[in-house]
Design a protein around this ligand. Structure first.
Ligand code: GRF
Length: 203
């Protein structure tokens, strides 16, 4: 699986993927880490792991379409065919999604379809749910909506502040995202309508 990781910020999920890959337990070829912000810590993480990086500031482009076209070109040039969103904080155009149809995955810090949107973890905390978690899903044209690949539950501790909760969700994210990628690399994710089935391993 030849992947491009798109990130806008810290990149701890990118780090989890890099670490699993370095540990020899994730069969992906990380061709490119692409960031839309020059100060994204994800860029440093990629460089430290010897992975090719590209910073493409969206503010340098007149509109979403031209920005996404530039990303498509860079990703193709790097030889990647699968897109891993890891804290990438922008919506993708239909043009981008069609260029990598069925091959874009995302992680969200809540149990979808609850608490979609950019403040998923904080919204769940403010709502007062007693159970939340994270979701890895295929990306479609609606934000945080595509077919669910895997979810992990995180119970909310009484009195816990949102930062602590976010940290505990992150711990689970770092487990399920590399796992989902490995399943994808093994060709085991089979779409049945909007239900993702996990085919048995042939190992
Ligand atoms: C994660 O909480 C992820 O679920 C969301 O953005 C955050 C990225 O964190 N999509 P990091 O940059 O991987 O640390």
């Amino acid at each position: 699986l030849k992947i491009a990781v798109l990130a806008s910020g810290n990149g701890s999920n990118l780090q989890a993927i890099l670490d699993r890959h370095a540990g020899g337990v994730l069969d992906v070829d990380i061709r490119l880490v692409l960031c839309n912000r020059a100060n994204a810590h994800a860029l440093e993480r990629a460089k430290a792991a010897g992975v090719q990086t590209l910073c493409l500031p969206h503010v340098d482009f007149p509109d979403r379409e031209s920005f996404d076209l530039a990303m498509i070109e860079a990703i193709r040039k790097a030889g990647a065919d699968t897109i891993v969103l890891a804290g990438y904080m922008r919506l993708l155009t239909p043009t981008f999604l069609q260029a990598f149809a069925g091959r874009v995955i995302n992680i969200h810090p809540a149990i979808l379809p609850a608490f979609a949107g950019v403040r998923g973890a904080a919204d769940a905390h403010a709502y007062g749910v007693k159970l939340t978690g994270c979701t890895v899903h295929f990306v479609d044209e609606i934000m945080d909506h595509g077919p669910v690949i895997v979810q992990a539950a995180v119970p909310v501790n009484p009195e816990e502040d949102v930062e602590t909760l976010k940290q505990r969700i992150h711990v689970m994210e770092h487990r399920i995202y590399p796992q989902a990628l490995q399943w994808l690399a093994e060709g085991r994710l089979v779409l049945d309508g909007r239900v993702v089935r996990l085919a048995p391993s042939d190992r």
